[in-house]
Design a protein around this ligand. Structure first.
Ligand SMILES: CC(C)(COP(=O)(O)OP(=O)(O)OC[C@H]1O[C@@H](n2cnc3c(N)ncnc32)[C@H](O)[C@@H]1OP(=O)(O)O)[C@@H](O)C(=O)NCCC(=O)NCCS
Length: 197
C-alpha cells in the first residue's frame, strides 16, 4: 500500500459497473477452484451485475465502501438485517462482503478497508459486526481473527445447488456518543440468502 496511493470512500451510483466487475472477479478468484462451475455460474449470475450493484449502492440498508489504488482494488459492504441466533451482541450489523483484488493481497489494503468498515459500522450505531466466512477459507478467517473477530457458530451458505458451512464470527464495537441506533432488521433488499463476507 506504500507505493501506490489508495483511497477508500463510499460508493456512488457511477461506481455500479466497476463494482459489479470487481465483485464478480474477486468472488470467482476466491472460490472457483473449490466449486463446481455450474454452481459458480448460477451464483455469479444471481449476485452480480451493474443493476444489482446499483440497487445495493443506493439501498438505505447497505453501506458500500470502495478502495481504489489507481483503479478499483477492494470493496466491502455492511448490511442491516437479521443476524443468526448465535450472534447475541446488541445491535449487530453484518459485514456482508469483504473482497480485495488478488494483486493487493498482503499489502495492507485489507487492513485499511477493515478500519474503514469498523468506523462506518460504529457510525451506523451498531454494537457489533458479524460475518459468515466459508469454513474452507483459512486466509480470510486468519485475517478476521487478526482484527478481533471470534468464532461464535455456523450457518448455511448456498452456492448454486451446493449447501456449504460458513463459520459465523463477531467483533464488538463501541459506538461513538450520539450515533444513531442501527436500523430495524428485515427491510430493504430482497436477497437475504447470500451472507458470506
Ligand atoms: C481475506 C483478505 C481480505 C485478507 O486480506 P490480506 O491482505 O490477504 O490479509 P493478510 O495478508 O493480512 O493475511 C491475513 C492473515 O492470513 C494468514 N495467511 C496469509 N496467507 C495465507 C494463506 N495463503 N493461507 C492461509 N492463511 C494465510 C496470515 O496469518 C495473515 O496474517 P499475518 O499477516 O499476521 O501473517 C484477502 O485475502 C481477500 O480479499 N481474499 C479473497 C476474498 C475473501 O476471501 N474474502 C473474504 C470472504 S469471507
Amino acid at each position: 500500500m506504500n507505493e501506490v496511493a489508495c483511497t477508500i470512500r463510499r460508493a456512488v451510483p457511477a461506481d455500479a459497473e466497476p463494482l459489479a466487475e470487481l465483485a464478480a472477479r474477486t468472488f470467482r478468484d476466491t472460490f472457483e477452484a473449490d466449486n463446481r462451475p455450474e454452481d459458480m455460474a448460477e451464483h455469479l449470475a444471481r449476485s452480480y451485475g451493474p443493476a444489482r450493484q446499483l440497487a445495493e449502492i443506493t439501498s438505505a440498508d447497505v453501506v458500500t465502501l470502495l478502495a481504489r489504488c489507481g483503479g478499483p482494488a477492494a470493496f466491502a459492504q455492511l448490511r442491516h438485517g437479521n443476524a443468526p441466533g448465535c450472534v447475541t451482541s446488541p445491535r449487530p450489523i453484518e459485514l456482508w462482503r469483504f473482497y480485495v483484488d488478488r494483486a493487493w493481497h498482503g499489502r495492507g489494503v485489507a487492513g485499511r478497508l477493515m478500519h474503514a468498515v469498523l468506523g462506518e459500522a460504529a457510525a451506523e450505531g451498531a454494537g457489533a459486526v458479524w460475518l459468515g466466512v466459508w469454513e474452507r477459507n483459512p486466509r480470510a478467517s486468519a485475517f478476521y481473527r487478526k482484527y478481533g473477530f471470534v468464532d461464535v457458530g455456523a450457518q448455511e451458505f448456498r452456492l448454486g445447488a451446493d449447501v456449504q458451512t460458513d463459520r459465523v464470527m463477531v467483533r464488538g464495537l463501541v459506538p461513538p456518543p450520539g450515533a444513531e441506533p442501527a436500523a430495524a432488521p428485515g427491510r430493504g433488499l430482497d436477497d437475504k440468502s447470500e451472507s458470506r463476507a
